[in-house]
Design a protein around this ligand. Structure first.
Ligand SMILES: [Zn+2]
Length: 276
């Protein structure tokens, strides 16, 4: 056990205590809503908010081209696509076209930036096959244009092989047990998942992105939801200060009337709503 993991354990314990302290207030709020026949729950502005979720995106790398052969190694019968015929790159010109269309139609949402896409290279360092200048321009495009209306998430670290966070290397075994989409995450503690998620978030932080959540690739943590939920909160709070999050992002960037809540480490329930 190192100093880092000891600190995290203490941190999780104190966060759990903070969460407990707000539980009675939440309970009475829920009970009041259920009991009071005059209370109606209305959508903001009387409309249904819709948010678009873009998965498997990153800078330059076409995750399908590099990821399908890795999935096929694990499940040879399930991944028969001719991945060699796919383009190896998602060009920035396509990202520009897509974002311009979204801006023109008021489309907003979540946009993944896979930090170590299919084990090709690192967003905060370099990606073999593209120049450092090309990567820098691609990151600038997402930072300057995409983040205006889209939340950026890591989609774990590689979206393919599980990475040993102590070495930065993929584990040696190409089986479902060591793929992010399948088994590895299902029996891990909240501590272990926090370490994994924080590793992904730190790459994006160093690449200049502020994230307030993560996207799970495939079934990552799908049978371990409680630990995954705790780990997501801890990893985001550990990587980015919640106080900064609220101040820095402000309210108006979200969908009109869209309410978003998060539990701060201090045990306060905070709503962020748009003023529109
Ligand atoms: Zn995905």
């Amino acid at each position: 056990m190192n100093q880092f993991s000891m600190d995290r354990r203490k941190f999780i314990q104190s966060s759990a205590l903070s969460a407990l302290s707000i539980k009675p207030a939440l309970k009475s709020l829920q009970n009041a809503s259920l009991r009071d026949e005059y209370v109606k729950i209305l959508n903001p502005l009387g409309r249904v908010p819709v948010s678009m979720i873009i998965d498997d995106s990153t800078s330059l790398v076409n995750l399908a081209y590099y990821g399908i052969p890795q999935f096929a190694k694990v499940f040879p019968k399930n991944y028969l696509q001719d991945w060699r015929k796919l383009p190896r790159e998602i060009p920035d010109s396509f990202v520009v076209e897509f974002i311009e269309w979204c801006d023109a139609h008021g489309v907003k949402g979540k946009y993944s930036m896979v930090p170590y896409p299919a084990c090709t290279g690192w967003l905060h360092r370099f990606i073999p096959g593209w120049s450092e200048e090309e990567l820098r321009k691609s990151l600038d495009l997402v930072r300057n244009e995409v983040t205006r209306n889209w939340d950026i998430h890591p989609e774990m670290i590689s979206h393919t092989r599980v990475i040993n966070v102590n070495t930065g290397l993929p584990f040696g075994e190409a089986t479902p047990r060591f793929m992010e989409n399948w088994e590895w995450s299902q029996d891990k503690s909240a501590d272990e998942l926090t370490e994994y998620l924080a590793f992904a978030l730190n790459i994006l932080k160093e690449a200049g992105f502020s994230c307030d959540g993560v996207t799970t690739p495939g079934g990552f943590g799908s049978r371990n939801m409680s630990n995954l939920a705790t780990a997501t909160m801890e990893a985001v709070n550990e990587t980015y200060s919640t106080g900064e999050f609220l101040e820095e992002k402000g309210a108006n960037r979200y969908l009109p009337g869209f309410a978003k809540w998060r539990l701060c480490t201090g045990g306060k329930l905070v709503f962020v709503t748009s003023g529109q």
